[in-house]
Design a protein. Structure first.
Length: 340
């Protein structure tokens, strides 16, 4: 008997997709065809009725994971006007659909914790933090990089962190002082602003998990920006403040968003990034894109993306996103065949 290695690998692979919209009869029906191990949807779209419908229709033991967006959203801009980030050079902080939010805002941080508490009351398997970072629009070939946040609140908190005043008459003076004299401290302050948010969520999840049976324990994941250390002048820490070393001690699983076309990369970049994230030392479930953004993805290339994202050392692949995949029958059938 010939054992085909590729086949074995695929059987062990975790198969997942993301509902961008609220799951309905149509999308759940299509999801059912894919033999999935897990599904993701925004926590806003996962009420108890939807969760129950997913459990009734998808395969037994399906994992249902809620995505919780933290530091982004037009709704937060409208609700708390002082969340709008202040950029060092006065650059416009919003871009297209993206509205980044200042991570030091107590109202926003509290809202994240309240959302997580409410989700822990529901029949879910995982909570994945999204937009858990400083504002910047990275999903394009030349990222729209923002040097944030220099709002009065952030400057006050940073001054407390340092134990020294941030002197200067203008914002420009203060930015220059920070950049010149407190470069390392500023990066530490920013990364801790993000890491501490994850730590608080971890605590809520640990408290929950201590009191439930094993099959009701909730996993904590997060959506990682696919930047290597060396890129954008150490931008992963300096700009967006995702400290993979610190975060790896707090989360159970990493989900790097390996949207190669959006990032203007070749499909082989997915393989490179899966290997890169292996060094973080945590299980990873990467996402790949279905949409023709920034350019068309041919079916063969899409198949390669599945192969690269789902192969070891990755634990599987999450196809982002289901409703778009449904519009592309050839790609849908590719995933169906691949996930068999
Ligand atoms: Zn701020």
């Amino acid at each position: 008997m010939v054992i085909r290695f590729g086949r074995l690998k695929k059987n062990n692979m975790h198969k997942s997709t993301f509902f961008l919209m609220k799951p309905d009869g149509n999308s759940i029906g299509k999801a059912k065809e894919l033999n999935l191990d897990s599904v993701f949807a925004s926590h806003k779209n996962l009420d108890e009725i939807v969760i129950k419908t997913l459990r009734e229709n998808l395969k037994s033991g399906i994992e249902i994971n809620a995505e919780v967006g933290v530091f982004a959203g037009k709704d937060l801009w409208d609700k708390f006007p002082d969340v709008i980030p202040v950029e060092a050079g006065g650059k416009e902080p919003a871009r297209g659909w993206y509205y980044g939010v200042c991570p030091s805002h107590e109202g926003v941080r509290n809202e994240c914790l309240q959302n997580v508490k409410a989700l822990l009351e529901r029949d879910l398997n995982g909570i994945w933090l999204d937009f858990i970072r400083y504002p910047t629009k990275w999903e394009e070939p030349e990222p729209y990089i923002l040097d944030v946040c220099y709002c009065d609140r952030c400057l006050k908190k940073f001054s407390e962190y340092l134990g020294e005043p941030i002197e200067g008459n203008t914002l420009e003076d203060k930015v220059l002082l920070i950049d010149g004299s407190y470069y390392i401290e500023w990066i530490e302050f920013k990364t801790e602003m993000i890491t501490s948010m994850v730590r608080e969520v971890r605590k809520l999840i640990d408290d929950h998990n201590r009191n439930v049976q094993n099959d009701k324990k909730v996993k904590l994941g997060f959506f990682a920006i696919p930047w290597q250390d060396k890129e954008h002048s150490a931008g992963i820490k300096r700009i967006v403040a995702q400290d993979f070393g610190a975060l790896s001690t707090l989360v159970d699983i990493y989900s790097p968003m390996l949207y190669h076309k959006m990032c203007g990369k070749e499909v082989s970049w997915i393989k490179e990034m899966v290997n890169y994230f292996w060094e973080v030392g945590k299980p990873q479930l990467p996402l790949i894109q279905t949409e023709p953004r920034e350019s068309e993805i041919k079916v063969d290339e899409f198949k390669q993306a599945l192969d690269f994202a789902g192969a070891s050392p990755s634990t599987g692949v999450c196809v982002f996103f289901l409703e778009d995949l449904m519009k592309q029958p050839e790609k849908f059938d590719t995933v169906k065949e691949y996930f068999k």
